[in-house]
Write a protein that binds this ligand. Structure first.
Ligand SMILES: Nc1ncnc2c1ncn2[C@@H]1O[C@H](COP(=O)(O)OP(=O)(O)OP(=O)(O)O)[C@@H](O)[C@H]1O
Length: 320
Protein backbone atom coordinates (compact mmCIF):
# COMPACT_ATOMS: atom_id res chain seq x y z
CA UNK A 1 0.00 0.00 0.00
CA UNK A 2 1.27 3.48 -0.84
CA UNK A 3 2.23 5.65 2.12
CA UNK A 4 0.21 8.90 2.12
CA UNK A 5 2.15 12.07 1.34
CA UNK A 6 0.27 13.76 4.16
CA UNK A 7 -1.77 12.23 6.96
CA UNK A 8 -3.81 14.23 9.45
CA UNK A 9 -4.92 12.31 12.49
CA UNK A 10 -7.57 13.97 14.69
CA UNK A 11 -5.97 17.34 14.01
CA UNK A 12 -7.88 20.15 15.74
CA UNK A 13 -7.47 23.70 16.95
CA UNK A 14 -9.23 25.50 19.75
CA UNK A 15 -8.12 29.08 20.38
CA UNK A 16 -8.14 29.62 24.13
CA UNK A 17 -9.98 32.70 25.38
CA UNK A 18 -8.69 32.62 28.93
CA UNK A 19 -10.76 33.30 32.00
CA UNK A 20 -13.46 35.98 31.98
CA UNK A 21 -13.00 38.58 34.71
CA UNK A 22 -15.09 36.91 37.42
CA UNK A 23 -16.41 33.81 35.72
CA UNK A 24 -15.08 30.34 35.04
CA UNK A 25 -12.61 29.41 32.30
CA UNK A 26 -14.25 29.95 28.92
CA UNK A 27 -14.27 27.07 26.43
CA UNK A 28 -12.41 28.85 23.58
CA UNK A 29 -13.09 29.06 19.86
CA UNK A 30 -13.14 25.66 18.17
CA UNK A 31 -11.82 26.76 14.80
CA UNK A 32 -11.00 23.27 13.52
CA UNK A 33 -12.74 20.18 14.91
CA UNK A 34 -10.74 16.93 14.78
CA UNK A 35 -9.92 16.11 11.15
CA UNK A 36 -8.56 12.76 10.02
CA UNK A 37 -7.62 12.35 6.38
CA UNK A 38 -4.90 11.18 3.99
CA UNK A 39 -3.57 12.96 0.93
CA UNK A 40 -1.81 10.63 -1.50
CA UNK A 41 1.46 11.44 -3.31
CA UNK A 42 0.82 13.50 -6.43
CA UNK A 43 -2.77 14.22 -5.40
CA UNK A 44 -4.42 17.63 -5.33
CA UNK A 45 -6.90 17.88 -2.49
CA UNK A 46 -9.20 20.88 -2.83
CA UNK A 47 -10.53 22.44 0.36
CA UNK A 48 -13.62 24.63 0.11
CA UNK A 49 -15.87 26.39 2.55
CA UNK A 50 -17.18 29.79 3.48
CA UNK A 51 -15.21 32.46 5.24
CA UNK A 52 -14.76 31.47 8.89
CA UNK A 53 -15.06 27.70 8.35
CA UNK A 54 -11.46 27.07 9.45
CA UNK A 55 -9.50 26.90 6.17
CA UNK A 56 -6.72 29.28 7.21
CA UNK A 57 -6.42 27.78 10.68
CA UNK A 58 -6.01 24.33 9.12
CA UNK A 59 -3.42 25.64 6.65
CA UNK A 60 -1.49 27.45 9.37
CA UNK A 61 -1.30 24.28 11.46
CA UNK A 62 -0.06 22.32 8.46
CA UNK A 63 2.91 24.61 7.93
CA UNK A 64 3.77 24.87 11.61
CA UNK A 65 2.69 28.48 12.10
CA UNK A 66 0.34 27.52 14.93
CA UNK A 67 0.46 24.40 17.10
CA UNK A 68 -2.54 22.05 16.94
CA UNK A 69 -4.63 21.51 20.07
CA UNK A 70 -4.95 17.79 19.35
CA UNK A 71 -3.69 15.36 16.77
CA UNK A 72 -0.68 14.77 14.58
CA UNK A 73 0.58 15.58 11.10
CA UNK A 74 2.55 12.89 9.28
CA UNK A 75 4.51 13.41 6.10
CA UNK A 76 5.51 10.34 4.09
CA UNK A 77 4.94 8.21 7.16
CA UNK A 78 6.93 10.30 9.66
CA UNK A 79 5.26 12.46 12.31
CA UNK A 80 6.27 16.12 12.20
CA UNK A 81 7.83 17.51 15.30
CA UNK A 82 5.70 20.50 16.24
CA UNK A 83 8.59 22.02 18.13
CA UNK A 84 10.85 22.40 15.09
CA UNK A 85 9.62 24.84 12.42
CA UNK A 86 12.59 24.04 10.12
CA UNK A 87 11.36 20.45 9.86
CA UNK A 88 8.05 21.76 8.52
CA UNK A 89 9.76 24.09 6.07
CA UNK A 90 11.63 21.29 4.35
CA UNK A 91 8.58 19.08 3.99
CA UNK A 92 5.65 21.41 3.45
CA UNK A 93 5.45 24.97 2.13
CA UNK A 94 2.79 27.67 1.95
CA UNK A 95 1.93 29.75 -1.11
CA UNK A 96 0.04 32.83 -0.04
CA UNK A 97 -3.04 34.44 -1.52
CA UNK A 98 -1.60 37.93 -1.90
CA UNK A 99 1.73 37.37 -3.62
CA UNK A 100 3.13 40.89 -3.37
CA UNK A 101 2.47 41.54 0.29
CA UNK A 102 3.69 38.06 1.21
CA UNK A 103 7.18 38.94 -0.10
CA UNK A 104 9.35 41.10 2.15
CA UNK A 105 9.35 44.56 0.46
CA UNK A 106 12.86 45.45 1.68
CA UNK A 107 14.58 42.37 0.23
CA UNK A 108 15.56 41.69 -3.35
CA UNK A 109 14.11 38.60 -4.99
CA UNK A 110 17.59 37.03 -4.76
CA UNK A 111 17.65 37.56 -0.97
CA UNK A 112 14.11 36.16 -0.72
CA UNK A 113 15.10 33.08 -2.72
CA UNK A 114 18.35 32.57 -0.83
CA UNK A 115 16.80 32.48 2.65
CA UNK A 116 15.32 28.94 2.48
CA UNK A 117 18.42 27.59 0.72
CA UNK A 118 20.66 28.97 3.45
CA UNK A 119 18.46 28.35 6.48
CA UNK A 120 16.89 25.02 5.59
CA UNK A 121 19.63 23.45 3.46
CA UNK A 122 22.82 25.20 4.58
CA UNK A 123 23.91 25.79 0.97
CA UNK A 124 26.99 27.91 0.26
CA UNK A 125 26.86 30.90 -2.09
CA UNK A 126 27.86 29.00 -5.25
CA UNK A 127 25.34 26.22 -4.64
CA UNK A 128 22.63 28.80 -3.95
CA UNK A 129 23.31 30.64 -7.21
CA UNK A 130 23.10 27.42 -9.22
CA UNK A 131 19.94 26.27 -7.48
CA UNK A 132 18.17 29.62 -7.86
CA UNK A 133 18.98 29.63 -11.59
CA UNK A 134 17.50 26.12 -11.90
CA UNK A 135 14.33 27.06 -10.03
CA UNK A 136 13.86 30.25 -12.05
CA UNK A 137 14.13 28.24 -15.23
CA UNK A 138 11.60 25.73 -13.91
CA UNK A 139 9.02 28.46 -13.27
CA UNK A 140 9.95 30.47 -16.39
CA UNK A 141 11.18 33.57 -14.58
CA UNK A 142 13.92 35.79 -16.02
CA UNK A 143 17.27 35.86 -14.22
CA UNK A 144 17.35 39.68 -14.23
CA UNK A 145 14.32 39.72 -11.88
CA UNK A 146 16.62 38.58 -9.08
CA UNK A 147 18.03 42.00 -8.31
CA UNK A 148 14.67 43.73 -8.21
CA UNK A 149 12.20 44.28 -5.36
CA UNK A 150 8.72 42.74 -4.93
CA UNK A 151 6.77 45.96 -5.67
CA UNK A 152 8.30 46.04 -9.17
CA UNK A 153 6.27 43.01 -10.24
CA UNK A 154 2.72 42.39 -11.41
CA UNK A 155 0.51 40.05 -9.36
CA UNK A 156 1.10 37.14 -11.75
CA UNK A 157 4.88 37.56 -11.73
CA UNK A 158 4.89 37.93 -7.94
CA UNK A 159 2.88 34.74 -7.58
CA UNK A 160 5.45 32.91 -9.77
CA UNK A 161 8.12 34.25 -7.41
CA UNK A 162 6.09 33.05 -4.42
CA UNK A 163 5.88 29.60 -6.00
CA UNK A 164 9.64 29.69 -6.79
CA UNK A 165 10.34 30.52 -3.15
CA UNK A 166 8.20 27.58 -2.00
CA UNK A 167 10.09 25.28 -4.40
CA UNK A 168 13.45 26.50 -3.07
CA UNK A 169 12.74 24.77 0.24
CA UNK A 170 12.49 21.50 -1.73
CA UNK A 171 9.29 20.59 0.04
CA UNK A 172 7.16 18.12 -1.88
CA UNK A 173 3.86 19.30 -0.43
CA UNK A 174 2.51 22.77 -1.14
CA UNK A 175 -0.40 24.42 0.65
CA UNK A 176 -1.89 26.74 -1.95
CA UNK A 177 -4.07 29.22 -0.07
CA UNK A 178 -6.31 30.95 -2.62
CA UNK A 179 -3.27 31.13 -4.95
CA UNK A 180 -5.08 32.81 -7.84
CA UNK A 181 -7.92 34.72 -6.16
CA UNK A 182 -6.01 38.01 -6.14
CA UNK A 183 -5.06 37.75 -9.83
CA UNK A 184 -6.79 38.90 -13.02
CA UNK A 185 -8.73 36.12 -14.71
CA UNK A 186 -6.32 36.04 -17.69
CA UNK A 187 -3.34 35.60 -15.36
CA UNK A 188 -5.14 33.03 -13.19
CA UNK A 189 -5.04 30.49 -16.03
CA UNK A 190 -1.28 30.95 -16.50
CA UNK A 191 -0.57 30.40 -12.81
CA UNK A 192 -2.89 27.37 -12.69
CA UNK A 193 -1.13 25.90 -15.73
CA UNK A 194 2.24 26.48 -14.10
CA UNK A 195 1.07 24.71 -10.94
CA UNK A 196 -0.24 21.75 -12.96
CA UNK A 197 3.02 21.55 -14.90
CA UNK A 198 5.16 21.68 -11.72
CA UNK A 199 3.06 19.01 -10.08
CA UNK A 200 3.52 16.66 -13.03
CA UNK A 201 7.24 17.36 -13.43
CA UNK A 202 8.28 17.41 -9.77
CA UNK A 203 5.77 14.92 -8.33
CA UNK A 204 4.33 17.47 -5.90
CA UNK A 205 1.27 17.08 -3.71
CA UNK A 206 -1.09 20.03 -3.30
CA UNK A 207 -3.69 21.19 -0.84
CA UNK A 208 -5.62 23.79 -2.78
CA UNK A 209 -7.76 26.09 -0.64
CA UNK A 210 -10.29 28.27 -2.42
CA UNK A 211 -13.64 29.98 -2.39
CA UNK A 212 -13.94 29.45 -6.12
CA UNK A 213 -15.73 26.15 -6.67
CA UNK A 214 -15.14 26.06 -10.41
CA UNK A 215 -11.37 26.47 -9.98
CA UNK A 216 -11.27 23.89 -7.19
CA UNK A 217 -13.26 21.41 -9.25
CA UNK A 218 -10.95 21.92 -12.24
CA UNK A 219 -7.65 21.48 -10.39
CA UNK A 220 -8.48 18.90 -7.70
CA UNK A 221 -8.47 15.12 -7.67
CA UNK A 222 -10.57 15.07 -4.49
CA UNK A 223 -12.39 17.81 -2.63
CA UNK A 224 -13.02 18.25 1.09
CA UNK A 225 -15.90 20.54 2.03
CA UNK A 226 -15.38 22.29 5.37
CA UNK A 227 -18.28 23.62 7.42
CA UNK A 228 -17.84 25.21 10.83
CA UNK A 229 -14.44 23.57 11.32
CA UNK A 230 -15.38 20.04 10.21
CA UNK A 231 -15.04 18.11 6.97
CA UNK A 232 -18.67 17.46 6.05
CA UNK A 233 -18.07 15.88 2.65
CA UNK A 234 -15.05 14.30 0.95
CA UNK A 235 -14.99 12.75 -2.49
CA UNK A 236 -13.69 12.76 -6.03
CA UNK A 237 -13.75 16.21 -7.60
CA UNK A 238 -16.08 15.08 -10.37
CA UNK A 239 -18.63 13.78 -7.84
CA UNK A 240 -18.68 16.30 -5.00
CA UNK A 241 -20.44 19.23 -6.70
CA UNK A 242 -22.31 17.19 -9.35
CA UNK A 243 -23.82 14.62 -7.00
CA UNK A 244 -23.43 16.25 -3.57
CA UNK A 245 -24.49 14.09 -0.64
CA UNK A 246 -24.39 16.83 2.01
CA UNK A 247 -27.13 19.52 1.87
CA UNK A 248 -24.44 22.14 2.58
CA UNK A 249 -22.40 21.07 -0.47
CA UNK A 250 -25.56 21.26 -2.58
CA UNK A 251 -26.18 24.76 -1.26
CA UNK A 252 -22.64 25.75 -2.27
CA UNK A 253 -22.93 24.15 -5.69
CA UNK A 254 -26.31 25.79 -6.37
CA UNK A 255 -25.21 29.22 -5.24
CA UNK A 256 -21.86 29.51 -7.02
CA UNK A 257 -22.18 27.86 -10.42
CA UNK A 258 -19.95 30.26 -12.34
CA UNK A 259 -16.21 30.78 -12.32
CA UNK A 260 -15.05 33.51 -9.98
CA UNK A 261 -18.37 33.92 -8.23
CA UNK A 262 -17.90 33.73 -4.49
CA UNK A 263 -19.90 31.43 -2.28
CA UNK A 264 -23.19 32.72 -1.02
CA UNK A 265 -26.24 31.17 0.53
CA UNK A 266 -29.54 31.13 -1.38
CA UNK A 267 -32.14 33.70 -0.45
CA UNK A 268 -34.26 32.82 2.55
CA UNK A 269 -31.72 30.44 4.08
CA UNK A 270 -30.00 31.50 7.24
CA UNK A 271 -26.72 32.90 5.97
CA UNK A 272 -24.65 33.14 9.13
CA UNK A 273 -22.37 30.43 10.38
CA UNK A 274 -23.19 29.46 13.98
CA UNK A 275 -21.45 31.42 16.73
CA UNK A 276 -18.15 29.61 17.44
CA UNK A 277 -18.31 30.82 21.05
CA UNK A 278 -21.72 29.29 21.48
CA UNK A 279 -21.84 26.29 19.13
CA UNK A 280 -25.21 24.60 18.64
CA UNK A 281 -25.88 21.09 19.88
CA UNK A 282 -26.04 18.41 17.21
CA UNK A 283 -25.25 19.20 13.58
CA UNK A 284 -23.81 22.70 13.07
CA UNK A 285 -25.65 23.01 9.73
CA UNK A 286 -29.12 22.12 11.01
CA UNK A 287 -30.44 25.70 11.28
CA UNK A 288 -29.76 26.19 7.56
CA UNK A 289 -30.74 22.70 6.48
CA UNK A 290 -34.01 21.84 4.70
CA UNK A 291 -33.61 18.16 5.69
CA UNK A 292 -32.98 18.64 9.43
CA UNK A 293 -34.77 16.25 11.79
CA UNK A 294 -34.84 15.78 15.57
CA UNK A 295 -31.77 13.58 15.39
CA UNK A 296 -29.80 16.46 13.83
CA UNK A 297 -30.62 18.62 16.85
CA UNK A 298 -29.20 16.01 19.21
CA UNK A 299 -26.33 14.21 17.58
CA UNK A 300 -23.29 15.50 15.66
CA UNK A 301 -23.02 13.45 12.45
CA UNK A 302 -19.60 11.96 11.70
CA UNK A 303 -17.92 11.49 8.33
CA UNK A 304 -18.85 8.05 6.95
CA UNK A 305 -18.65 6.41 3.51
CA UNK A 306 -21.75 7.14 1.38
CA UNK A 307 -20.56 5.36 -1.75
CA UNK A 308 -17.23 4.45 -3.36
CA UNK A 309 -14.67 7.14 -2.61
CA UNK A 310 -17.30 9.52 -1.26
CA UNK A 311 -17.93 10.27 2.43
CA UNK A 312 -20.47 12.50 4.11
CA UNK A 313 -21.22 13.69 7.64
CA UNK A 314 -25.01 13.87 7.54
CA UNK A 315 -27.91 11.98 9.15
CA UNK A 316 -30.09 12.52 6.07
CA UNK A 317 -27.75 12.64 3.07
CA UNK A 318 -29.01 13.36 -0.41
CA UNK A 319 -29.35 10.39 -2.78
CA UNK A 320 -26.34 9.36 -4.87
N1 LIG B 1 -6.23 33.71 16.62
C1 LIG B 1 -7.52 33.45 16.77
N2 LIG B 1 -8.14 33.58 17.98
C2 LIG B 1 -9.44 33.30 18.14
N3 LIG B 1 -10.25 32.85 17.14
C3 LIG B 1 -9.71 32.69 15.93
C4 LIG B 1 -8.32 32.98 15.65
N4 LIG B 1 -8.08 32.72 14.33
C5 LIG B 1 -9.25 32.30 13.80
N5 LIG B 1 -10.24 32.28 14.75
C6 LIG B 1 -11.64 31.86 14.57
O1 LIG B 1 -11.62 30.54 14.05
C7 LIG B 1 -12.66 30.35 13.08
C8 LIG B 1 -12.05 29.90 11.77
O2 LIG B 1 -11.28 30.98 11.20
P1 LIG B 1 -10.37 30.82 9.88
O3 LIG B 1 -9.67 32.13 9.69
O4 LIG B 1 -9.54 29.61 9.99
O5 LIG B 1 -11.48 30.62 8.75
P2 LIG B 1 -11.34 30.72 7.16
O6 LIG B 1 -12.24 29.67 6.62
O7 LIG B 1 -9.91 30.63 6.76
O8 LIG B 1 -11.89 32.15 6.83
P3 LIG B 1 -11.41 33.16 5.65
O9 LIG B 1 -11.81 32.50 4.35
O10 LIG B 1 -12.20 34.39 5.97
O11 LIG B 1 -9.94 33.32 5.82
C9 LIG B 1 -13.40 31.68 13.00
O12 LIG B 1 -14.52 31.61 13.85
C10 LIG B 1 -12.39 32.69 13.52
O13 LIG B 1 -13.03 33.78 14.10
Amino acid sequence: MTTPALRLDTLSKTFPLGRSLFGPERPGVRAVHPITLDVMPGETLGIVGESGCGKSTLARMLVGLIPPTTGTIEIEGAALDNADPAVFGKRIQYVFQDPISSLNPRKTIRQIMEAPLKLLHGMDRAARTTRIAEIFETVSLRADFLDRYPHEFSGGQAQRIGIARALAAEARILILDEPVSALDVSVQAQVLNLLADLKARLGLTYLFISHDLAVVEAVSDRIAVLYFGSVVELGRAEDVFRTPRHPYTKLLADSAPVVGRPLRAPEGAETELPDPLNPPEGCAFRARCPRATDLCRKLVPTLAPADAGHSVACHNPLGG
